[in-house]
Design a protein around this ligand. Structure first.
Ligand SMILES: NC(=O)c1ccc[n+]([C@@H]2O[C@H](COP(=O)([O-])OP(=O)(O)OC[C@H]3O[C@@H](n4cnc5c(N)ncnc54)[C@H](O)[C@@H]3O)[C@@H](O)[C@H]2O)c1
Length: 360
């Protein structure tokens, strides 16, 4: 079978960290072309990968006949135009989160991809953490009964350092909300189901980061109600939790309390859940069973490498397997769009200081 040719648009941090090692696990895929508007980044990526088909504009990459699928890893503002052009050129698309600047853009991407019958995927990377995958299975199988409460807390200390395009509204759309909380909104949808309404607040403490203006929030909190089961959600995320560190070792806490038990996920322990059942009064650390240690179809050896890093590679495996098997990707643009609907509602709620319903 012909290998799937992959084009990467935006060759910065996340491509080097997640996508290149992920693609390296996929014998069915072959890196074919690279694009970045920054010539230094592009040259470095070309040297690192040995790929000589390099472009400073995505239109050039999309015109390559041997590019069958595209990974979009640019700042958020360019996700929708690049994705729509890729879909129009008949390419499958894996797009970084948040997939768009707002819900309307995300819906347009979803509709175009469905119409063109190409695979579409949102890079909600933390679904691939073994403990989160197992947690979703346990909740769906009824292990904790009727879910009452969803709770998520993402605390990092990014201090006052400059964060580039991430601190500029016209490039990022939102600050901590899109950057960090979008993944946790996806946890909520994955574990409990659609969020029906939210009330939210945001705060920017730093107007300048290393002398560069910031016009986006450093902190966000959402109070949510889920549709159907009336479960409650409380979500908080901050870049200014002093002393908490940053990255995968800092606080990423997620808890679901149900009528029959409680499950607690902590990213820093990716191979373990803490579990309590009805009648008990403390949580028990419980290892993730073998069948959840890697994503279905992943050739990865779960015993090899740093478990806080290697789960990320299963995301690209899922994209490639979905193309080969001609089935929907998990998570898809549908998941990206519904997270975006909640993000839009949270920003509106914070602005107008009121509950906001999520469009169905
Ligand atoms: N899934 C995750 O866990 C995760 C983690 C980090 C970042 N991200 C997402 O990945 C995306 C990129 O983040 P990053 O940290 O890699 O950023 P980055 O700044 O390190 O890299 C972005 C690259 O895109 C290039 N670029 C900008 N506009 C472009 C355009 N129009 N065409 C081609 N290249 C362009 C820049 O020159 C830069 O090299 C963002 O959407 C971010 O939210 C996701």
């Amino acid at each position: 079978m012909k290998q799937i040719g992959i084009g990467i648009v935006g060759c910065g941090g996340i491509v080097l960290q997640n996508h290149l090692p992920g693609l390296a696990l996929c014998p069915e895929a072959r890196l074919a072309a690279l694009c970045d508007t920054n010539p230094i980044v592009l040259q470095k990526a070309s040297q690192q990968t040995g790929i000589t088909a390099v472009f400073s504009r995505y239109e050039g990459l999309l015109a390559c006949a041997d590019v069958d699928a595209v990974i979009i890893a640019t700042p958020n503002v360019s996700h929708a135009p690049i994705a729509l052009a890729a879909i129009a050129a008949g390419k499958h698309v894996l797009c970084e989160k948040p997939i768009a600047m707002n819900h309307a853009e995300a819906l347009a991407m979803l509709a175009a991809a469905e119409k063109a019958n190409v695979r579409h995927m949102t890079a909600f990377t933390y679904r691939f953490v073994p403990a989160m995958n197992w947690m979703a299975h346990l909740v769906k199988s009824g292990f904790i009964g009727q879910p009452y409460h969803f709770r998520s807390c993402r605390l990092q200390d990014w201090g006052a350092r400059a964060v580039g395009w991430r601190q500029v509204a016209k490039m990022a759309g939102s600050g901590e909300l899109g950057d960090m909380l979008s993944h946790r909104i996806d946890y909520a949808h994955l574990l409990i189901g659609p969020i029906q309404r939210v009330v939210a607040d945001t705060r920017r403490f730093l107007d300048l980061r290393e002398g560069q203006p910031s016009d986006l929030e450093d902190w966000v909190a959402i109070l949510a109600e889920f549709s159907g089961n009336r479960a409650t959600g409380v979500l908080e995320s901050s870049k200014l939790a002093t002393g908490r560190g940053e990255g995968a070792g800092s606080q990423d806490y997620c808890e679901v309390d149900g009528s029959e038990g409680t499950l607690v996920f902590q990213l820093e322990r990716p191979l373990e859940l803490q579990i309590a059942k009805h009648g008990e009064n403390s949580l028990r650390p419980t290892p993730v069973p073998a069948q959840f240690l890697k994503w279905p179809g992943s050739p990865r050896d779960p015993q090899t490498g740093d478990p806080l890093v290697t789960f990320r590679y299963d995301q690209d495996v899922e994209f490639i397997r979905a193309i080969v098997e001609q089935r929907p990707c998990v998570p898809s643009f549908h998941d990206g769009a519904r997270a975006q609907a909640v993000m839009d509602a949270a920003l509106l709620s914070a602005k107008e200081q009121r509950w906001v319903e999520i469009p169905k």
